[in-house]
Design a protein around this ligand. Structure first.
Ligand code: NAD
Ligand code: DAU
Length: 352
């Protein structure tokens, strides 16, 4: 696999930026093309440390723009895709479902068409890797885990759009022979996470002494994985996953939201030198999310058994590292919450 030319979509987002960084640094012999529209969730400040690497190129484009995507395939002789670009926030999907259909379904099919046309049936050495979510499986009660065989049962407009995109990827494999791999991962946490999602939102609010909005009773359960372990899993699947296969990725790390928020409060109190129990007083129970999935939990035994991947750090360690990163990068948080990160693109790219 030397000298690959990999198109990574959504590389300016949370997970995408970790994947881009990992591939640019680990594989100097690969060309990494990061195609991202820079929506509100895309932030090139996430990639400052590698933006001048000789094997890295950034392209601002929309995955729904067939012409722009085809041009990238041609110009860079793309032989592989790692597709992460998406609308990713469940709450936004409840207020604007069509934006999710557009990007997650239409955008994915546009990319699939581009790959199919560019590779023109010469599929040897080609790979389309679709990054998906455990939410496509729906919601669990108290017992059981999502396996790769769990029937799809998406419950939110976000998960319905991701489920549709997964079906299209498999349909292109079945109908046209497009070589693909797919993975469904649980909730990620770590640095560069947009503070509309639970963990960075709580960290940001705790530091600013703002209310901590817990939906419903805080009884919903999520299975948290450190984002760099997800990036490592993507690397493993990209290189060693079997064509046509799906791999579930998860951290064996279930937390009830309220317990997680209380743990975060305790960690933050310690780091900020506040008296024990101070930040917990900020917890505010708010109206529940519509159709709120109760529990996600991943059975990751397939990727562990077949590809030898495992999470590298414990949740306690990951959370310490994550909180440390946000406290050392309050400027990043301030830029993201004020919208100033958008200026970075203007300054960085219009001046060139
Ligand atoms: P994110 O919202 O942080 O980033 C999405 C990126 O996609 C942004 O950089 C955005 O600018 C870009 N983008 C959006 N629409 C685009 C378009 N039309 N054309 C080009 N680029 C566009 O998302 P994330 O949390 O990093 O998630 C990345 C992927 O991983 C998504 O496909 C998501 O469904 C999946 N996933 C996320 C999690 C999680 O916990 N965050 C877990 C499992 C799977
Ligand atoms: O499971 C994987 C999915 O995890 C990804 O596919 C999604 O892209 C990602 O956003 C995430 O979805 P969730 O809905 O689980 O993540 P979120 O951070 O939005 O919420 C986590 C839990 O916390 C959920 O039960 C809702 C709750 N919550 C969230 C927010 C933002 C609150 O109680 N308060 C909040 O303010």
């Amino acid at each position: 696999m030397s000298g690959r030319s990999i198109l990574i979509t959504g590389g300016a987002g949370f997970i995408g930026s970790h994947v881009v960084r990992r591939f640019v640094r680990t594989y100097p012999q690969y060309r990494i093309v990061n195609l991202d529209l820079l929506t509100y969730a895309g932030n090139l400040e996430n990639l400052r440390d590698i933006e001048d690497a000789p094997n890295y190129t950034f392209i601002k484009a929309d995955i729904c723009d067939a012409e722009a995507v085809a041009k990238v395939f041609q110009e860079f002789a793309v032989d592989s895709v790692i597709h992460l670009a998406a609308e990713s926030h469940v709450d936004r999907s409840i207020t604007d479902p069509l934006a999710f259909v557009r990007t997650n379904v239409f955008g994915t099919v546009t990319l699939l068409n581009a790959a199919r046309e560019a590779w023109a049936g010469a599929f040897e050495g080609k790979r389309f890797y679709h990054v998906s979510t455990d939410e496509v499986y729906g919601s669990l009660h108290d017992d059981g885990f999502f396996t790769e065989e769990t029937p799809y049962d998406p419950q939110s407009p976000y998960s319905a759009s991701k489920a549709a995109s997964d079906h299209f990827v498999r349909a292109y494999g079945n109908t046209y022979g497009l070589p693909f791999v797919l993975s469904n991962c649980s909730n990620n946490y770590g640095s560069h996470h947009f503070p509309e999602k639970l963990i960075p939102l709580m960290i940001n609010n705790i530091r600013q002494n703002k209310p901590l909005p817990v939906y419903g009773q805080g009884a919903n359960v999520r299975d948290w994985l450190w984002v760099e372990d997800h990036a490592a899993a993507i690397d493993t699947i990209f290189h060693r996953g079997v064509n046509g296969e799906t791999y579930n990725i998860g951290g064996h790390n279930e937390w009830k939201n309220i317990d997680l928020v209380k743990l975060l409060c305790a960690v933050m109190d310690r780091k900020l030198g506040r008296a024990e129990g101070t930040s917990e007083q900020l917890i505010t129970y708010v109206k529940d999310r519509a159709g709120h999935d109760l529990r996600y939990a991943i059975d990751a035994s397939k990727i562990e058994r077949e590809l030898g991947w495992r999470p590298s750090i414990t949740f306690e360690e990951g959370l310490e590292r994550t909180v440390d990163w946000y406290l050392a990068n309050t400027e990043w948080l301030d830029h993201v919450t004020s919208g100033a990160y958008r200026d970075y693109y203007e300054n960085q790219y219009t001046a060139r």
